[in-house]
Design a protein around this ligand. Structure first.
Ligand code: NAD
Ligand code: DAU
Length: 341
């Protein structure tokens, strides 16, 4: 493989992955296709501008007239493009069905017609649903519980159908909650860090005890790289770090790292259908040689340091982007009534 199409490459994980690929494979060329939704940001790729192995195309994965000529000239596709925020999917699921399901269908259909060598679908541990005890393995049933998770599970089922029916050499990754540079400040970690830096409350949903497994973005990228090159067509691969932490403990650590008072924690009304816990068994990926390299402490400290030193990146979004301000008002002003926890 020499030329890869990375869809959604102007988002958080996609932009980190593009940088990872160009650094790790000096002969690879990368074409990014991104619609630049509210979450896509050319600033995430600014350091790559002018590199002759990198090309950016502004367009939608649902638009076959854009997708087809690109797929014709690449060897493989890594599909990060998606609507990704659970709370937004609860407010309005439409864009999730459109991009995450239909967009995946357009990519798969084009990939099979053009005969790509490899297709990687970036999925999520949320497809397993809430996991009160134990860990999810790749053969567990998919029991998504939010519109976001359902759209990602729908996309996965399409990928599976294209492997079985047409022999498309496709693989799936199911990553856990990822943190690091360039994450849009609607997700818990960047929201908590930037709110703390601004002396604003850190909103904890419900009792603040829902558990997530936080993975550093470089480790997620390394896992995707292993699956891209060595995954078995038709298989899915969990990618998690085993860093289980609940919302309260997460907020406590962030406030300590930022040097702000614990009184900034604020309990707010819970997310409807809030999944209580995710946890992954990563034996399958570990058998291919992958291991996370960052401890949770290291990952969180690096992430806090990045937001501290890139204030203009997140302030531009929080202060100047109408899509951010409107969403924040809708999501948090309604929730700002304390539950007394
Ligand atoms: P993000 O929201 O930061 O970025 C998504 C990108 O996709 C944006 O650049 C956006 O402009 C682009 N996009 C959206 N709709 C598009 C369309 N129709 N056509 C072309 N581009 C479009 O997302 P992220 O957090 O980087 O997640 C990337 C992928 O990884 C997603 O598929 C997500 O489901 C998956 N994932 C994310 C996490 C996480 O914790 N962030 C964990 C596991 C899996
Ligand atoms: O698990 C992988 C998934 O992780 C990805 O597939 C999604 O794209 C990504 O958004 C993320 O989903 P979560 O819903 O787990 O992440 P989020 O950052 O929104 O929330 C993490 C936890 O923090 C969750 O228990 C909800 C809680 N939370 C979140 C926000 C935004 C709060 O308590 N307060 C908040 O303001």
């Amino acid at each position: 493989m020499q030329i890869l199409l990375v869809t959604g490459g102007a988002g958080f994980i996609g932009s980190n992955f593009v940088r990872y690929l160009l650094r790790t494979y000096p002969t690879y060329r990368v074409v990014v296709l991104d619609a630049l939704t509210y979450a896509g940001n050319l600033a995430n790729l600014a350091d790559l501008e002018g590199q002759n192995r990198f090309e950016f195309v502004h367009g939608n994965i649902c638009d076959r007239t854009v997708v087809e000529p690109l797929v014709r000239r690449v060897d493989g596709i890594v599909n990060f493009a998606a609507e990704t925020h659970v709370d937004r999917s609860i407010l309005d699921a439409g864009a999730f069905i459109e991009t995450d399901v239909k967009g995946t269908y357009i990519l798969l259909e084009t990939a099979r017609q053009c005969g790509v060598e490899r297709y990687v679908q970036i999925s999520t541990d949320e497809v397993y649903g809430s996991v009160p005890v134990g860990v999810s393995t790749e053969t567990d049933p998919l029991v998504p519980r939010s519109p976001y998770a359902a759209s990602k599970a729908g996309a996965e089922l399409l990928v599976r159908a294209y492997v079985v029916t047409y022999g498309l050499p496709a693989v799936i990754t199911r990553g856990s909650n990822t943190i690091g540079p360039y994450q849009y400040p609607e997700k818990a970690v960047p929201l908590f860090i930037t709110n703390a830096l601004e002396d604003k409350p850190l909103p904890l949903y419900g009792d603040g005890k829902a558990v997530r497994d936080y993975l550093y973005v470089e480790d997620h990228c390394a896992g995707i790289d292993v699956v891209l090159h060595h995954g078995m067509p038709g298989d899915a691969y969990n990618i998690g770090a085993g860093n289980e932490i609940n919302g309260i403990d997460l907020a406590t650590r962030i406030l300590d790292l930022v040097g702000k008072p614990q009184s900034l924690k604020q309990f707010v009304i819970d997310r409807p259908g809030h999944d209580r816990r995710y946890a992954l068994d990563c034996t399958r990926l570990q058998a291919l040689g992958w291991r996370p390299r960052h401890s949770f402490e290291d990952a969180l400290a690096k992430t806090v340091a990045w937001y501290r030193s890139h204030e203009s990146w997140w302030r531009t979004i929080k202060e100047q982007q109408a899509a951010y301000r409107d969403y924040y008002r809708q999501q948090y002003e309604l929730r700002s009534q304390s539950t007394g926890e």
